[in-house]
Design a protein around this ligand. Sequence first.
Ligand SMILES: C[S@@+](CC[C@H](N)C(=O)[O-])C[C@H]1O[C@@H](n2cnc3c(N)ncnc32)[C@H](O)[C@@H]1O
Length: 290
Amino acid sequence: MDPYNNPDQQSEATILAMITRLEERGQHPIFLRMIAAYAAQVRRDQPLRVLELGCGTGVVIRFFETILHDESALIGADISLRLLEAAKSMRPNSRVHWDHIAPGRLPYENSLFDVVVMHTLLSHVPDPEKVLLEAARILKQGGRLIIFDADHASTTYGLPDYARMRAADQKLADAIATHPDICRQLPRLLKRSGFRLENHHAEIVSECGRGDFWLSSVRGFARLIPALGILPEVEGRAWVNDLLSSHEEGTFFAAGSYYTFSATTASDLQDHPQTNSHRKSDCAAPFLAP
Ligand SMILES: C[S@@+](CC[C@H](N)C(=O)[O-])C[C@H]1O[C@@H](n2cnc3c(N)ncnc32)[C@H](O)[C@@H]1O
């Protein structure tokens, strides 16, 4: 059901809901702070070649454009033409190069990029390990992969009835993500794909009393629940109304965790013949800020 698996096959109503949600959350101070925190790991004093895979409407790669060296090459790639059109129309003067790609093998040569960013991509792809192997192939040796994703399995919207709340949380997570538990799998998947995990960071985003960040998610779900049939009609309406009224009454509760993983292509790639077989042996200059 995950609409982000193939946005272009969704109805106009669904894709508009996706564009609105991606832009709203991408401009929210909480999200901007989390993006800025991981972007700060990338050095700015020299041009870099940076790819955001699964860029959607371009929130993240446009942020990198504002902070990286002017001569950096910035590419936003996505499988959705509709989302890329939205990305282009929002900032016609952006220096970002937008690539429409097919799922699977990426249209980039080996060892091309200094940095690859995946911001809420991996929870949506059918085979995250294949995507990681491709990232390992196109990154320079010592290049950096930054993965940011939601631990959808932890996201919860407070309802007065526990059983109803648990059931709704699970249905929403399963509907909106192919892998609601991707963050819990990443240490294993990164290792298997030839990456060395350098650091990770977790953040709980919670709102009690009034909603803001999560309220925009509730409003997004108000459009997606009927469009995708996530919950039966009456149940779906009750879920939305309960959360909107709890916000009005000052009793709103919602919370969820986000993780950032920062990994480098392992220098000892002998153990990873899948990634090593295509790789050139030249070494990239270090790019991380001291
Ligand atoms: C939740 S959105 C995130 C968009 C953007 N990174 C953001 O956070 O605003 C997931 C994006 O991944 C894209 N996507 C899904 N599968 C993909 C794949 N195999 N390769 C590249 N992009 C993909 C979708 O089209 C969608 O734009």
